[in-house]
Structure formats: structure tokens, C-alpha cells
Write a protein that binds this ligand. Structure first.
Ligand code: NG6
Ligand code: CA
Length: 523
């Protein structure tokens, strides 16, 4: 199918959702609650159920053992903003023109058009209460004037389908370091207004460069802006002192707000996205979890993910909702060790393999950047199993539409496939055969069956590379390839043997398929 702009527009505005076939109803005729736990930079090898031994994740392992654990789950992109954009819209982020969906700063405008059909909007139309707690990173405000954190902040999550939000604007390493509940910064004193800048130092507080002695973690230049809670951030922030969060408290706040949302909506179907902050930098565990893993702070904060998951499951159980709640756990992109703060994550690895031996890291189109843990647990409908079927988080929208008995016009979510039958174990066929993966600087790769094709990138310095100046040499070298790559993942999951010279026809066919998808033909 050829998708053009007009069809996409029609999909956004005139959204017609036809109830389709029976939804997967409970005996009481209720739709399942849906909880999506999305970690930030969690790697394919970071959980016990995916082979980790130095990090203990018993709560998540229980979900995997009692549900379906995917071995071929993908984040649509190897960085947060495009990955989350695709998750919520069912459209590959690279289709959007104008760099609206590259990694966003905390004062960037909203990158999802209000009124567009999104995952939460779809579920809201199906009668769900929809909420998001945690990381947002999809921009705020309409971009006409710079977002003012002292006023009503919109459009944002509420305008694109969530009934409730308790979020931080971007990343924990970016200003402003505050919580926003619906349209307002939480705990803001009007006498101490917030100003944010990514260009000039407007703050009265010292920066990391000025006062390295105040820092809990040393940082690279990019992360050496305003010091907040002993951690220097990207960007500069003035005011809002009473509203600033403490990194040590983030996980407990996510749990408290998530549990509260669940309790409030116990009698109606709800959709909760718990967008966790870990193990993204800066890595700071809550005091009771410091030093609990066998591989340093990165291991501790992954165990914190497990604690958060356990608390959410406990809340569901207490309310007797566990059997009829579909809990999905995944990550927005693959793992990274050094990402701006010298927190010893590399030195403390102790044999742990964050990507489970896959090649590359976050930012790259290699498997280590995009392949992520993906688990779905729903005792009432999902039988325990391990699945090797391809699943891209782009598919979540059409899949949850399928589960809640709705049809989404293909133009509305052009890259989202309804994999509800895959999720529920009703078929063992591969329904998704191709998937496009996006790296930093607009690099794309194609996975097709067992094959992976990575075109040669433009030679030279990809845009934005200056920002990685302090990062590892490996990341720099691997992000601008001068020759195409072709791997057979069935025999070479680590993407070590480049077969592009051996199989020129395959390269040609995959190049054509990637171009066809780029030009609008959905797989
Ligand atoms: C990058 C930051 C990195 C991280 C990332 C976003 C630099 C050098 N690096 O720009 O630390 O914040 O953005 O990560 O600035 S993500 O998971 O939200 O995409
Ligand atoms: Ca991320």
C-alpha cells in the first residue's frame, strides 16, 4: 500500500475506529487493564530471564516465566525520542520531516500532533482511563513561544491521549529537573520562577565545570551545566528550587504515582504507561538499593527496575487485578555504559554483558542498540512460552487495538502491525517479516527474516557528532560505516561476519526493500 501525506492527515483527523471482532474479554465482560512498563536504555542481556547473573531481577523473571518472553523484540530506534514517538503513534519516526523527533531537549516542542490517533487516544476511545508516569521526552508546548514552566504547560501528554500524567519533561540528565502533573510543575513556588536555557548559562547555581568539587559523579562537558542535587546536567536552570526532584527519590515517586493511578481506576479498564528512568544516566539508586547488585551502580538501578515492577505487581494483586491485567515490559532502546557520567559502570561490569553479547550499543543500528527485552504477562490469556517471533514496539498500537477489539486504518499507524495473535500465542507464524531500525544521525537498517542489512552511511561526520566528542571511540567509529553490511543473524547473532561481498543479490534486494519502505510501502 502506498501511503501519502493526505492519507496520513485523514488518519489523524478523521479517525474512524470500527469495533472489530470480539475483544479478549474477561468472564465479567471487562476488557483487560494494560500496564506498559518501559525502561530507559535497558539492554537485551540486562535481566535474569535474558541471561544476566550478576543482576537479580526476580519480579521480572516471574513475569517472563508466567508469560511470553520474546527473543526478537525491537525498539524502533536506538534512542529515546524516536523510539517513544513510534511506540505511541505506530509510525516510524524517521518518516517525520524536520528533526522534530531527534533526541529532544527539555524545552523542545511536542513532537506529536495533537488530535492524532495515538496509543493512549485509541485506548481512551475504547473506554480506558489512560495515564503516564515517569519519563516523557516527546516535547511540550506548541513551539510558537518557548515553553514557560511557570504557566499551564500544553500541549503535552494530555493533548495526545492521556487522561493523566505525572512526568518529567525530557531525561533526568536534562533540565528542568522537575515533575509535571497534568499541566503544572509540581511544588513550584511562584516567587521563584523557573528559567531554562540550553544555550546560555542563566542560572545562579554553579555549573559542573565551575565547581567539580560539588559533584557526586564527574561528568563530560556536555553534562556539566547547572548542578542540581549534586549532579551537573545538560543545560542551565534557574529558580524552581522547591520543585526540583532528588534523583534518589525518582523510583519511589514512580511507584507511588503508578499505584495511586491503579487504585483510583480499579473498577474500570485502565492503561498505565510506567515510563521508568533506569538505567539511563545519571544512575542513582534509592538508598536501600545502593550496592545490592554484583556490578556497580548500573546493576543497582536495574535491580531498582525490578523493585518498581514488583511494587506495581503487588498493587495489582492486592486489588485482585493481576489475572486480568496485561503487563508488558520492554525498553526504549538498547544498553550503553558510558553516557556522560563517570559512574564506573564499565569498570564494575564484573563479567556482566548488558547487550547479552550482541554488537554495538544505544545510538547504533546494530542489534545491541535496538534489540530489547520484551515480556508480556496476562495470566488469563497468555500461556507461558518463549517466542522467536519478530515484534517491534511500533506494533504496540495495532496490537492493543486488536486486543481491545478496535480496527485502526492502516494509514493512521502505517508501520504498526496487529500482532495480538502473536502476543497471545494464537499463531506461531511470523507476521512481521521486515523491520526498519533507526540509529542516531538518521541511520537506518533493515531486518528481514534472519537477515540484517546496514547501508553504508554518508562518509564524514554525521550531524550532531560533536555532541559525542567525549564518548567512546568504538561508538564513534561504528556510527559512520563506509561499506554496507549484511549479516545472517541465524548463524551470526553477534553481527561479526559481513557477507555483503558474498551475497550481492541479497544486498540489492534488501536495499530495494528498505527504499520501498522509506518511500511509503509498509511491509
Ligand atoms: C544525548 C546525551 C546522553 C543522553 C541521550 C538521550 C550527550 C553527549 N549525550 O544527547 O547522555 O541523555 O542524549 O538518551 O549529550 S535517550 O535514551 O533519552 O535517547
Ligand atoms: Ca533511552
Amino acid at each position: 500500500m502506498k501511503i501519502n501525506g493526505a492519507m496520513l492527515m485523514a488518519g489523524w483527523l478523521g479517525v474512524v475506529l470500527t469495533p472489530a471482532g470480539p475483544a479478549y474479554a474477561t468472564p465479567a465482560g471487562q476488557k483487560p487493564n494494560i500496564v506498559l512498563i518501559l525502561a530507559d536504555d535497558l539492554g537485551y542481556g540486562d535481566l535474569g530471564c535474558y541471561g544476566a547473573t550478576k543482576i537479580k531481577t526476580p519480579n521480572i523473571d516471574r513475569l517472563a516465566a508466567g508469560g511470553v518472553r520474546f527473543t526478537q523484540g525491537y525498539a524502533p530506534a536506538s534512542t529515546c525520542t524516536p523510539s517513544r514517538f513510534t511506540l505511541l503513534t505506530g509510525e516510524y519516526a524517521w518518516r517525520e520531516k524536520g528533526r522534530k523527533t531527534s533526541i529532544l531537549d527539555g524545552d523542545a516542542p511536542l513532537c506529536i500532533e495533537p488530535g492524532r490517533l495515538t496509543l493512549p487516544a485509541l485506548l481512551r476511545q475504547a473506554g480506558y482511563h489512560t495515564g503516564i508516569v515517569g519519563k516523557w521526552h516527546l516535547g511540550l508546548g506548541d513551539g510558537h513561544i518557548p515553553v514557560d514552566f511557570n504557566q499551564e504547560i500544553k500541549p503535552g501528554p494530555i493533548e495526545v491521549g492521556f487522561d493523566y500524567c505525572y512526568i518529567i519533561p525530557a531525561t533526568v540528565d536534562r533540565v528542568p529537573d522537575v515533575w509535571i502533573e497534568n499541566h503544572r510543575v509540581v511544588g513550584l513556588d511562584p516567587a521563584d520562577p523557573i528559567t531554562v536555557s540550553y544555550a546560555t548559562n542563566i542560572s545562579d547555581d554553579p555549573t559542573g565545570l565551575e565547581r567539580p568539587d560539588l559533584l557526586k559523579q564527574k561528568a563530560d562537558r556536555q553534562h556539566s551545566g547547572t548542578i542540581i542535587n549534586g549532579i551537573s546536567r545538560i543545560g542551565f536552570m534557574k529558580g524552581g528550587k522547591s520543585a526540583r526532584f532528588k534523583d534518589e527519590d525518582l523510583a519511589s515517586t514512580v511507584v507511588a504515582k503508578s499505584v495511586h493511578f491503579i487504585e483510583q481506576h480499579r473498577n474500570a479498564p485502565f492503561f498505565l504507561e510506567a515510563a521508568l528512568f533506569e538505567p539511563h544516566v545519571p544512575r542513582v539508586a534509592k538508598p536501600s538499593l545502593v550496592g545490592t547488585s554484583a556490578c556497580g551502580v548500573r546493576g543497582d538501578v536495574i535491580q531498582q527496575i525490578d523493585w518498581e515492577t514488583g511494587e506495581i505487581m503487588q498493587a495489582l494483586k492486592k486489588l485482585n487485578l493481576e489475572t486480568n491485567t496485561l503487563v508488558i515490559l520492554s525498553s526504549d532502546n538498547g544498553a550503553i555504559l558510558f553516557d556522560g557520567y563517570y559512574d564506573h559502570s564499565f569498570e564494575d561490569l564484573n563479567g556482566h554483558q548488558p547487550t547479552g553479547g550482541l554488537r554495538g550499543w544505544k545510538y547504533l543500528v546494530f542489534e545491541g542498540g535496538c534489540r530489547v527485552p520484551l515480556i508480556a504477562f496476562w495470566p488469563q490469556q497468555i500461556k507461558p512460552r518463549v517466542s522467536g517471533q519478530l515484534f517491534n514496539l511500533a506494533d504496540m498500537l495495532a496490537t492493543l487495538a486488536g486486543i481491545t477489539g478496535q480496527q485502526v486504518p492502516r494509514e493512521t499507524a502505517p508501520d504498526s502491525l496487529d500482532l495480538s495473535r502473536v502476543l497471545l500465542g494464537a499463531t506461531t507464524n511470523q507476521i512481521r517479516c521486515d523491520t526498519v531500525l533507526q540509529g542516531v544521525s538518521d541511520t537506518l537498517a533493515l531486518r528481514q527474516g534472519d537477515w540484517k542489512f546496514i547501508p553504508a552511511n554518508a562518509i564524514g561526520k554525521p550531524t550532531g557528532m560533536g555532541r559525542w566528542a567525549d564518548a567512546s571511540a568504538e561508538r564513534f567509529a561504528e556510527s559512520h560505516l563506509t561499506a554496507p553490511m549484511l549479516f545472517n543473524l541465524a548463524v551470526d547473532p553477534g553481527e561479526r561476519t559481513n557477507l555483503f561481498e558474498k551475497y550481492p543479490q541479497k544486498v540489492l534486494a534488501m536495499r530495494q526493500q528498505l527504499n520501498a519502505i522509506k518511500n511509503g510501502v509498509s511491509p
